[in-house]
Structure formats: structure tokens, C-alpha cells
Design a protein around this ligand. Structure first.
Ligand SMILES: [Zn+2]
Length: 118
């Protein structure tokens, strides 16, 4: 495949292949990154390419990137999960603890007089 000189769609500068990613071309002038897609034409066998801007590299443009709203809970995500599990078991203990305790006492000859309707 012959090396076609790729020009930056934005400024016309020479594009160079990203050493980290051969599918990405970086403009040597404005440092914009583009994903390159090669398409071989079926009829002519000619290779053509398309450049798609890489959205991660918009540091040079004052484009407002949409950031997910932070709640402040992100670093505590797993801790909150653990806390919910613990809370669940505490609630279960509160709800079923006395029954289990009474059952235990009954099984061991404890207070059997207060037998509730079963
Ligand atoms: Zn450029």
C-alpha cells in the first residue's frame, strides 16, 4: 500500500501516525487526533480513507465536555454497597432476631408457657 500523505482536515497540516495506535493520525501542526478508516473501493481497488475526530483529544478546543454529575459518593461506592448489605442484615436481625431467640429458648426448655399460636 502506498503511503498517501494525509492532510489534517482542520488546518491542512501533515498528519502523522500515532506511535501508540496505528489507527490514529495526529496532526503535526494542530495536534488534533483523527481515527483513520481505510476503505478499499471494490470497483477500482483504490484505497481511500476517512478521518473521524477523536473526541478525547479536544484539549485544544474550548469545547465543553459533558461530565456526569458528581454526587460526591463516587469514592464511597463500594463502601455504600457494603453498608447497605450490613444494614440489610441488621434489619433482618431486628425483624427475626426475637423469633429465633424465642425458638431457641423453647427448644432448650426455656419459657414454654408463652407459646404463641403457631
Ligand atoms: Zn491540523
Amino acid at each position: 500500500m502506498q503511503m498517501t500523505e494525509i492532510k489534517c482536515p482542520s488546518c491542512g497540516g501533515k498528519m502523522e501516525v500515532d506511535p501508540k495506535n496505528p489507527n490514529i493520525e495526529i496532526c503535526s501542526q494542530c495536534d488534533k487526533k483523527y481515527v483513520i478508516h481505510w476503505n478499499r473501493s471494490v470497483s477500482t481497488g483504490e484505497e481511500r480513507f476517512e478521518l473521524t475526530p477523536v473526541p478525547e483529544s479536544i484539549a485544544y478546543e474550548p469545547v465543553k465536555r459533558k461530565e456526569p454529575k458528581k454526587t460526591g459518593w463516587e469514592p464511597y461506592g463500594w463502601k455504600r454497597g457494603v453498608a447497605l448489605v450490613i444494614l440489610f442484615f441488621v434489619l433482618m436481625g431486628i425483624m427475626y432476631g426475637p423469633k429465633v431467640y424465642r425458638r431457641y429458648q423453647m427448644d432448650h426448655g426455656g419459657i414454654a408457657t408463652e407459646t404463641q399460636d403457631k
